[in-house]
Design a protein around this ligand. Sequence first.
Ligand code: FSO
Ligand code: SF4
Length: 574
Amino acid sequence: MMCYQCEQTKNNTGCTEIGICGKSPEVAGLQDLLIYSVKGLGSLAHIARTTAGIEDAEVNTFVNGAIFSTLTNVNFADDRFVEFVNDSRRLHAKLAAQLAAKGVQVPASETVAQPWHAPMPHPLVWNSQAVTLRGVGDMIEVSEKTGIAARQKVLGDTLAGLQELLMYGLKGLCAYAHHAEALGHTDPKVYASVQEMLHFLNTPAAGDVGNVLETCFKAGATNFRVMEMLSNAHSSTFGHPVPTPVSLNPKPGKAILVTGHDMHDIHMLLEQTAGMGINVYTHGEMLPAHGYPGLKKYPHLAGHFGGAWYRQKIDFAVFPGSIAVTTNCVLDPLTAYKGNIFTINETGLSGIPHIKADANGHKDFTPIIKRALELPGFTEADCAAMEQKKDVTVGFGHNAVLSVAPQVIDAIQTGKLEHIFLVGGCDGSEPQRKYYSKLYQFMPTNTMVLTLGCGKFRIFDQDFGTLPGTDLPRLLDMGQCNDAYSALVVATELAKVFKTDVNSLPLSLDLSWFEQKAVAVLLTLLHLGVRNIRLGPRLPAFLTPEAVSVLVQKFNLIPADVADPEADMKMMVN
Ligand code: FSO
Ligand code: SF4
């Protein structure tokens, strides 16, 4: 195997024997094969749309979901990938039949394998070949030819890495688009754009660095639209987030913990557990759920338990109820809680029960509820024994922040607010991520900090107080990683007021990345021309020094100085 798609990749070069995330070589191979097959299906869908006006809803949903399943820490179950690859080939045949029925032929020129497909045929061809793939073994044999290592040999590290930058950006945006779709929000242009970019990766044009970079920024543009769509999906379904205190102290009673990012799932679970005496807690990136009026109205949405994703083996092992995994990040479970955990949507763990939606998108969470009722839940004694913590406040989406815009503007104009930091992105277990915990110690008091994503767990329970001379809180959590959209809305509105651009605001972005959604967000920021972004804790392994130098030149992308947060802070405020 060879995988370097996330920040924790081994030695910052690539996981080659087993993933640091725990991904097996088998699953890595199956994911490579799935991406290869979906590149073919995406190509065909693009050709079908542009030559015959065919739009297939099943294909559109499948492409985004299948790509989502290959994100870091989403799915570790080999049998699920066998299903995905078989479904990809089945849908390919279905779409090909629709084209044939219209008398349209895929031009032979479109099926010529590019050098980086070798030794495989063009994915359009492989998808329709009558190969028999009986299961994991057969697929793994083929998958060895589809990984990044084969492409690096042909393309060299820089171009192969830039093609991956595009693919990883697509992975992130497909994940967000899939969430929006779960709430009924779609945009035909987004499906078309994703499939056009998959098609692009199969064409000679993808053999050129400039073309690939340009397409990466296109992916950033599409992701901006997708994040907007997801933000609208959340606010039109559950209302705009409002500042809300969240308890970190559990309550006595039966309990379910919900982790991941899917607001639709937590809503369904709250509905299905209403009046049952079960408390529902958020974990990790589900914390912002508490800010949505349509979710906080449920009295049994009881609080938040635990920290960022990488702490789940500690948090889940002591949680006395069942655990629902809606999306990444999920890790191979410990025996201590193996019997309590359930996966949903694109997530998967070998040997762990998986809850599927029915044809109408309804998910029956009875097994999760049943398990919660079997387990002891929190006792009075548990709660008394736990360290009592202060509430944290969430819910500062763009609507809430813009409602205090006049005070923020006044504070900037009167010098009470010198600088705003956006410290967003992901958390992780590596020691160098302590940089993000330390950074805040050097923040002058006349500054504010906006957080988003699971990176917030570095500081979410600290008291930042209010901006001196105002009643504005200094720490505003904007939500999940996809709520980078909210941060962009706020920054754009501020720039309008000050008749300037985002780059000229007293605003610094210090982003921590981990997986491919963060890649999509970064591409969006670059597409919007945002400069001087600090990125850490390490630069992506898939970007060679040559590729990085292009981004540094064009956008002044700055590697975070993880060894010296004080120096970084000084540079940002000066
Ligand atoms: Fe974190 Fe994981 Fe939200 Fe990521 S939980 S690391 S970028 O999946 O999605 O911020
Ligand atoms: Fe390694 Fe990350 Fe790939 Fe997992 S997802 S195998 S940790 S690079």
